[in-house]
Design a protein around this ligand. Structure first.
Ligand SMILES: [Zn+2]
Length: 415
C-alpha cells in the first residue's frame, strides 16, 4: 500500500517549536496499549515530552501538553487508585511550569495551554498558571459527564476544580471549518496557517494532535505533528512502505550497553518475530508492515479501539510524508536525539528536516523489543519516586488505611 499524499494548505507563516522533557518516566502494561504483546515486552517504557510554541506575529506563546504534575499524589482521588495498578512505576523530577520559569519563561506569557487530551500525564498542574492562561480542549470535553467541574466537587473526576477556577476553558469546534488534512478535521489555531489542531479520535474524548508548520517553502513547507497519545508506541506506524526496516540495522541506533546485538545486526533479528504476520509472510512484507496495532484488550487504554486504529492508519500517511515528522508524546527517541529546552533553551526543532532528525529517531524503538528470547531495554524507572527519592507508596497507603480504620472504629464507638 503506497502512502497517500496529503494536501497541505500553503502558507508563508511558521511557528517556533521547542521541546520540553517533562521529566516524567513511567512504565505501563503493554496489553493496554499495543497488540499483540510479545513475550519479553510486557511492560512499556514511557517518557513524556511537551512543546512550547511561539507565534511571532502575535507574540503569543502556547503550550501543547504539560506532562505529569511533579506532586502527582495531589491528583484527583480516582487517579490515586489507578497509579500503582495500571501504572507500576512513576518518577517526575520537575514539573513543566518549573522548567519554564527556570529558563526565564514567565508563566504569564503563556496565553494558552492546549491539552492533547485530559489524561493525567498530559494536563500537568494548571493551578500554577495565572488565570489569564486559557485551557484548550477537544470536542466533547465540556459535555463529557465524568469531567467537569473536577474533583472534589465531582468525586469521580480525574481532573481538579483547581485546574479550571477563574480560567477560560475553550473547546475546539471542528465542525465550524471545512478544513481537512490527511482525513482529519483541522482547525487553524492562529488563522494564518502556522499551526493547526487535528481531530484525532479514539484514545479518549476530545483527543487532538497539533500540526506545526516549521518551515515554509514553495513546496508547502515542513511540519511537526505533535501526536499526543494518538498512539503510545511508534511500532504502531513503523516500519512502513516508505521507510522499510533496512536489511542491516544502523549500528548507531542500537543500545550497546549491555552488548545484546550482533554487529552488523541483520533486521531479521526483529522481522523473524514480526508480531502481526504469519510464518509465510515474505521478508519484503516483514520489513514494510508496522509491528503493532492499538490494543483491543478489555483493559485497553483506548476508549474506542476501532476509531483509534482508524486514526493511526491516517497517521501513517503523515509518517510517510517526507515533509512531516511525527512526534508522539511518549517516544523516548525524541529525548535521546533532539534538543530539549531543559538543557538547550535556545534550540528549537524547526530545522528538523535539514538536520536529519526524522531519520535519526526512526529506529530507536527496536531497542525496546525482545530479541533472541531475551527481553528488550530495561525499565526506565523502578517503583515510585517522590522528591527525587524512592517512595514506598503502598506502605504509606496501608498506613493511611490503617489510620482511617482506627478513626472509623473510634467513631463507631462514639455513635
Ligand atoms: Zn499519555
Amino acid at each position: 500500500m503506497a502512502a497517500a499524499s496529503i494536501n497541505f494548505p500553503r502558507s508563508p507563516s511558521t511557528i517556533r517549536v521547542r521541546m520540553i522533557d517533562t521529566t516524567a518516566r513511567m512504565t505501563v502494561r503493554a496489553e493496554s496499549f499495543v497488540e499483540p504483546v510479545q513475550p519479553g515486552h510486557e511492560i512499556l517504557n514511557l517518557s513524556a515530552v511537551a512543546f512550547l510554541l511561539e507565534h511571532e506575529p502575535s507574540g503569543r506563546k502556547v503550550m501543547f501538553d504539560l506532562g505529569v504534575r511533579k506532586d502527582y499524589w495531589n491528583y484527583a482521588a480516582i487517579l490515586q487508585k489507578r497509579i500503582g495498578t495500571v501504572i507500576p512505576s512513576l518518577r517526575v523530577d520537575k514539573g513543566v511550569p518549573e522548567i519554564l520559569e527556570d529558563k526565564g519563561i514567565d508563566l504569564g506569557s503563556i496565553s494558552s495551554v492546549i491539552w492533547s487530551h485530559y489524561h493525567w500525564d498530559h494536563v500537568g498542574n494548571m493551578a500554577l498558571f495565572p488565570t489569564a492562561t486559557e485551557i484548550v480542549v477537544g470536542p466533547g470535553f465540556k459535555i463529557a459527564p465524568q469531567l467537569l467541574p473536577g474533583f472534589p466537587q465531582k468525586v469521580d473526576s480525574p481532573l481538579l476544580v483547581s485546574d479550571f477556577e477563574g480560567r477560560e476553558l475553550r473547546e475546539i469546534d471542528f465542525t465550524k471549518s471545512n478544513l481537512q488534512m490527511g482525513g482529519f478535521k483541522a482547525y487553524d489555531f492562529f488563522g494564518d496557517g502556522s499551526f493547526y489542531l487535528l481531530d484525532t479520535p479514539g484514545h479518549c474524548i476530545g483527543h487532538m494532535c497539533g500540526l506545526a508548520r516549521t518551515t515554509s517553502a514553495n513546496d508547502g513547507g515542513t511540519f511537526l505533528l505533535l501526536g499526543g497519545d494518538i498512539c503510545h508506541f511508534v511500532g504502531d506506524i513503523r516500519p512502513n512502505v516508505t521507510y522499510p526496516l533496512p536489511d542491516t540495522i544502523p549500528a548507531d541506533v542500537l543500545d550497546h550497553d549491555p552488548p545484546y546485538f550482533p554487529l552488523p545486526c541483520p533486521c531479521s533479528l526483529f522481522t523473524d518475530h514480526h508480531p502481526q504476520l504469519s510464518d509465510d509472510a515474505s521478508s519484503h512484507e516483514r520489513q514494510r508492515t508496522p509491528f503493532y496495532k492499538v490494543s483491543t484488550h478489555s483493559a485497553s487504554a483506548y476508549v474506542d479501539p476501532r476509531a483509534a486504529q482508524h486514526s493511526v492508519d491516517k497517521l501513517l500517511d503523515f509518517e510517510q510524508s517526507s515533509n512531516v515528522m511525527v512526534c508522539l508524546a511518549h517516544d523516548e527517541a525524541l529525548l535521546k536525539h533532539l534538543p530539549a529546552l531543559n538543557e538547550n533553551p535556545g534550540l528549537d526543532l524547526n530545522d528538523w528536516q535539514s538536520r536529519g532528525w526524522k531519520d535519526k529517531t526512526r529506529w530507536d524503538w527496536l531497542n525496546e523489543l525482545p530479541r533472541n528470547g531475551k527481553p528488550g531495554r530495561k525499565s526506565i524507572v523502578e517503583g515510585f519516586w517522590r522528591d527525587g527519592k524512592p517512595w514506598d507508596r503502598s506502605k504509606e497507603q496501608m498506613q493511611q488505611k490503617g489510620e482511617k480504620a482506627v478513626e472509623e472504629a473510634k467513631q463507631d464507638k462514639t455513635q
